[in-house]
Ligand binder design. Sequence first.
Ligand code: SF4
Length: 432
Amino acid sequence: MRVFFTNLGCKLNQAEVDRLARRFVSAGHSLAPALEQAELHVINSCTVTHLAARDSRKIARRGRRLNGGLRTVLTGCYATDSPDEAAELAGVDLLVTNDSKDRLLELVHETFPDARPAAEVPAAGVPVHYVPISFGRARALVKVEDGCNMRCSFCIIPSTRGRQRSRPVDDVLAEVRELTAAGHREVVVTGVQISEYDDDGRRLYDLVAAILGETDVPRLRLTSIAPWKFDRRLLSLWSDPRLCRHVHMSLQSGSSATLKRMRRPYTADRYEALAELLRAEVNGLALTTDVIVGFPRETAGEFADSLAFVERLAFARPHVFTYSSRLGTDAATLPEQVPFAEKKARVTEMLAVARASDESFRRRWLGESLEVVWEDRKGGRWSGLSDNYVRVFADSGRDLSATTGRARLETLVEGGVHARCLEESLSDPAAA
Ligand code: SF4
């Protein structure tokens, strides 16, 4: 079958789609370049906000309108959170909740026996045929754990992804080796709460040390680190230049009073102390974060505290979210929801601070040369990412895709920095 994958939401969802695509291709299916040419549409849905849930529904319906013969499989957090509604959606032929996602390929073959290719289906855990999906051959996402045991009052994820559980270290190492051998220049370790990683007592520190020590991964990036669970042993691993100087640590609010109602187990002061430690220990670190604005009962004073905190911490890239009430979360039942107009005004203020913070972080690197993993060419110029999360653009007559090289950062541009490639530094494993 020709399969088309649509991903919504987080990096974890993307890592799952990449892995699913690899499994489908290994089982003898092919990837359709566009929805119109597909026979099967797999949608990995999201429900972290009501807008994400709405988009999941829209994409499911749109597929059938675009291509009447299409079979649609809806999986992911929206499908898991609202199975009845999702199953009723026009165009959905098979619903697979998150707890069965690892068996999605088998379920497709059971549900559509005529679609089963002749080729034998590989076992679920075995690394499979290489398929470039999300970031081409430059960067690859690797899921190391799933689920969450926390109970942040605004969050639907524990009910859609279940209890926290970790993939065995050896399984992760095998996938990292496969992706490195296939030419990926960076591996991104992802999950819901990677700080909670625990494979029989081997923690995140042990996993990262194993990846750096036992594989030839050219570059390794960590995704979300929990501000309440930071293993200081991790600091020593940044002595390895392959570990990206980038930490994403969700703040959610810079007001300790709001954090308390969110049931986040830290205060603004504790967060700030950890941020200072990370910056002191990792030179040139990019600290990125998420901030929710308009959480129920957020007073003008609390918002002012949060705004001032975000400004003072000078994050490399703060992602700003408008609070979105999710049915089934405790925060949704809290009285004194912030009026929409007030939320909108606060988000505008927070976005202005976030943009200025992002720009000032990029400005720091003008005149410096950084190592960049080049991803693809957009609008005639190459786009890549530095280890410390600066989006870098450059002009070059060479094919830079999935190569690594140093570039001198010269001018600020929208969403990044324009740079000059130091051609002599380019390395391309495919050329080796
Ligand atoms: S830590 Fe909190 S916000 Fe993050 S997934 Fe778990 S419950 Fe949700």
